[in-house]
Design a protein. Structure first.
Length: 671
């Protein structure tokens, strides 16, 4: 069996864990638990990401030191993760001596490799604070839509990204004063030296086509030098030999993966080189959201290679979470904290729902709270838990807990074994959605068998036959619980007690194992009360910190309307919902993006919206509006087989593709 090292991205120590974060940690935890169940040696590591200006500013506002803030946050994060069943082997911090030493080691390796450069740049500076300001310390008017009070990296009104120097009427978010431009020298890593290496590595380490294709566009358009320094004052590690210069948080944060490994190794008689050394017999997987693909597929593997360390074997990327078809928002009370969830509902429900939604792709998915409680009640409780309860109770009440003889030649046994093999394959492929579907389908089969055989009636005339029916149903229920163990570990732990074992595993789903006796004294899991779901929303709303809404003009006067058309003209247009499966910039065509869109069929479209999307990866999985019956047009870049609908004002102000709700399916017609 292989040694497996699994990581989830490090949560930033500037706020509580929320249910959006938990998508990733649940996804990684399920895989870690599954791999352990298959006999692999698994190390699942994580840590708080603790450095950077936001930490320093937040601590200042609270009247404590940054060290005190990150220590307090670590306790809160660790408690929340433990309550949600995260099976971390170590949960550490980047504010550690191990991380300092390793960051310095990698920096020295980059210097020896000759890829460190220096360059002077102009940045916004606060004279009263005596410091350069990062993106989130600057506010101003959005240069695209005119919304006021927007941060220096992205507009919360129109969603466009920009540089802090692009803001109109910028001001320091801390003091309210107008910043000045000041020149400073920064340290950079020349990434162009790693292009061939990274291109070859990504072909093997990134299994998702959409992610791999998008990374290729970065190689094609050219990699920029990566700034790895920040000026004092800064909460972080000072760069060795560079007084007043500190490592940018994105250098020392991923080093936290190795530092956390080192911490675990110190406690377990190993060395971190056994896991990260160039000859380590380790399969390393990073689980990340698509918003940090750039860092994990370019900067990080380049750093590791330069330091002579093992590069990751697998980058698993997931989509982002929306709540009731809307982006989660702290100001609107829809950013639900993990602790708020725990106040009202068992975390096992959320783990199951996330697993049922998570495939091996990077499509965004929605936590629709109405669908959530109905799906969990129908599939987990009514189908799987109730089946298990019924079988246990019948065996205990009518057969004194004797599990009965298993007829290994019965067709149902073969069905169970085939289902188990299918479920294991789906887990291994990171397709939890398909694994859950296979589990619930097996539950339906066992439920139907139990109901049709009706042992409560059969026992009157043929007790032995009724016992055999229960034995087969128990065999199926045990396989279901073994399959659920990576997803709902606490539920399965309770079932394990009912059948007299410490922990149900795949071996208990085989025909060779039979429990000595069973009992039904433990309640496995109750149905969700919809009121508890409503209570979560109400508590989140009460904890919200509303911000004044931006109020750009709601309309413009226009006089450039095109000539009228008839209804018959309009009826000729075939408008469809399309799902963006691939997107890339078009070399030597600054305005164009090439997209592969599934609108009932896969078509290739060139769209002139590139300048609206600094990072086109945000479009992956989005629902867009497609004119699907437009005559294909041959361009010098390729064949364009349709058209995407977009909105734009004068001079392309507010340019953006029309977005449809994530519940819409590709191929749906629009009328």
């Amino acid at each position: 069996m292989t040694r497996r090292l699994i990581t989830a991205a490090l949560p930033y120590a500037n706020g509580p864990i929320h249910i959006g974060h938990l998508v990733e940690y649940v996804q990684a935890d399920i895989q870690a638990r599954f791999m352990r169940s298959m006999g692999h040696e698994v190390l699942y590591v994580c840590a708080d990401d603790t450095h950077g200006t936001p930490i320093e500013i937040s601590a200042m506002k609270q009247g404590i030191t940054p060290d005190e803030l990150v220590a307090r946050t670590w306790e809160q994060h660790h408690a929340d993760f433990r309550a949600f069943g995260m099976s971390f082997d170590v949960y550490y911090t980047t504010n550690s001596p191990e991380n300092r030493a390793l960051a310095g080691h990698i920096y020295e390796a980059l210097k020896q490799r000759g890829v460190i450069t220096r360059r002077a740049t102009e940045q916004m500076y606060s004279e009263s604070l005596g410091r350069f300001l990062n993106d989130r310390m600057i506010k101003g008017t959005c240069p695209f839509c005119g919304a006021a009070d927007q941060y220096g990296d992205v507009c919360e009104s129109c969603g466009k990204t920009y540089k802090p120097t692009d803001l109109l009427n910028p001001y320091d978010a801390i003091t309210g004063e107008t910043p000045v431009l000041r020149t400073t020298e920064n340290i950079y890593v020349r990434l162009t030296d790693f292009v061939d290496l990274l291109r070859a590595w990504s072909a093997d380490a990134i299994p998702q086509d959409g992610v791999r294709n998008f990374i290729e566009t970065w190689f094609t358009t050219g990699l920029e030098d990566w700034c790895i320094s920040r000026d004092a004052p800064y909460f972080g590690f000072e760069i060795p030999g560079e007084p007043g210069k500190f490592f940018y948080v994105w250098l020392d944060a991923p080093v936290g993966y190795i530092a956390s490994t080192s911490r675990w190794c110190q406690d377990n008689g190993q060395t971190w080189e056994q896991w990260w050394g160039p000859d380590a017999d380790t399969h390393i997987t990073h689980v990340i959201g698509k918003d940090i693909v750039y860092f994990h597929t370019l900067f990080w593997p380049a750093m590791l290679h330069a330091a002579g360390l093992k590069m990751p074997d697998h980058i698993q990327v997931h989509g982002m979470l929306t709540l009731n078809n809307e982006k989660m928002s702290k100001s609107r009370g829809t950013l639900i904290k993990a602790r708020t969830w725990l106040d009202h509902l068992d975390p096992e429900y959320l783990r199951f729902y996330y697993a049922a939604k998570l495939g091996d792709d990077i499509t965004d998915f929605d936590l629709n709270l109405n669908d959530f409680h109905m799906k969990v009640n129908a599939e987990l409780i009514n189908n799987l838990v109730n089946l298990t309860n019924r079988v246990l109770k019948f065996l205990e009440s009518r057969f004194a807990g004797d599990p009965g003889p298993l007829d290994v030649d019965h067709p149902l046994v073969a069905t169970v074994q085939e289902s188990v093999a299918r479920i294991q394959a789906e887990y291994a492929a990171w397709n939890y959605r398909a694994a859950v579907r296979a589990i619930t389908e097996l539950g339906s089969v066992i439920n139907t068998f139990f109901q049709d055989q009706a042992p409560w009636a059969l026992i009157k005339d043929d007790p032995e036959a009724a016992h055999r029916v229960c034995a087969l149903a128990l065999h199926g229920a045990t396989a279901i619980m073994a399959a659920l163990a990576p997803i709902t570990p606490e539920l399965v732990a309770r079932f394990s007690q009912c059948v007299g074992v410490e922990r149900i595993g795949w071996q208990h789903a085989g025909t060779a194992w039979r429990p000595a006796s069973v009992h039904a004294q433990l309640r496995l899991l109750d149905r969700i009360d919809p009121q508890h779901v409503q209570n979560i929303l109400e508590q989140s709303m009460s904890e919200a910190t509303p911000t004044p809404p931006a109020t750009p003009p709601h309309a413009i006067e226009a006089d450039d309307f095109k000539p009228e058309v008839t209804y018959d003209d309009f009826a000729k247009l075939d408008l469809r919902v399309g799902v963006v499966e691939e997107v890339e910039r078009v070399p030597k065509a600054d305005k164009l993006l090439r997209l592969t869109v599934h609108c009932g069929k896969r078509i290739n479209i060139f769209a002139g919206v590139a300048k609206a999307y600094e990072d086109p990866a945000v479009l992956l999985g989005k629902r867009v509006l497609v004119l699907a019956n437009l005559q294909p047009r041959k361009m010098r870049f390729g064949l364009s087989e349709g058209m995407l609908l977009a909105v734009a004002g004068p001079n392309d102000e507010g340019l953006e593709l029309v977005n449809l709700p994530p519940t819409a399916l590709g191929g749906w017609s629009v009328s």
